[in-house]
Design a protein around this ligand. Structure first.
Ligand code: ZN
Length: 176
């Protein structure tokens, strides 16, 4: 899974669809309560349900340079989060979904994000009312609940497996 290169949209194997969230070391440390591997699976499963099998993509997640803003970098497809350990899991998931929507707008739906009619950061109100920003906000509102639900269930199963020692795989020959 880790081998997926950034910003590569595969159309070779239509039977696979994977979104991989790859946090930097500092993001991992800051949000140590979040299991990004499990979150990747939850996001993949919800996005597959809605959009079908379209693309494989690895998103790297870094600490935001701007203390007050989360963002998606249109040039390289990376996601930048405010690294505040007090942020709730819900809030982080919602932000990631929001930034993934901006990626979709650009890469999947081919919206011109440099068109000021669609997206502008010129003023606070222009930014807030930009069609692409409104769309991303509505999208994260609808989708993040579903992702969180799946994430929570998968985390519960992971914990249960560990407790019951069902987390180690055996090759068939060792199973008796
Ligand atoms: Zn936005």
């Amino acid at each position: 899974m880790r081998a997926l290169p950034s910003l590569e949209i595969f159309d070779g194997d239509v039977n696979t669809f994977v979104i991989v969230l790859e946090p930097s070391a500092s993001i991992k440390r800051c949000f140590s309560k979040i299991d990004f591997d499990v979150l990747s699976i939850a996001v993949t499963s919800v996005f597959t349900t809605i959009f079908g099998k379209q693309h494989n993509q690895c998103f790297r997640i870094f600490k935001s340079r701007d203390k007050n803003a989360d963002c998606y970098y249109f040039f390289d497809g990376d996601i930048y989060l405010q690294a505040n350990p007090k942020r709730t899991v819900n809030n982080v998931i919602r932000t990631i979904i929001h930034e993934l929507r901006h990626w979709q707008q650009e890469k999947i739906f081919r919206k011109n994000i440099y068109n000021k009619e669609l997206y502008s950061e010129d003023t606070k109100s222009k930014y807030w009312n930009s069609p692409l920003e409104v769309d991303a906000r509505n999208f994260d509102k609808i989708i993040s609940t579903q992702v969180k639900e799946i994430y929570t269930k998968l985390m519960r199963v992971k914990k249960m497996n560990k407790e019951n020692e069902l987390d180690r795989f055996h090759t068939p020959s060792t199973v008796t």
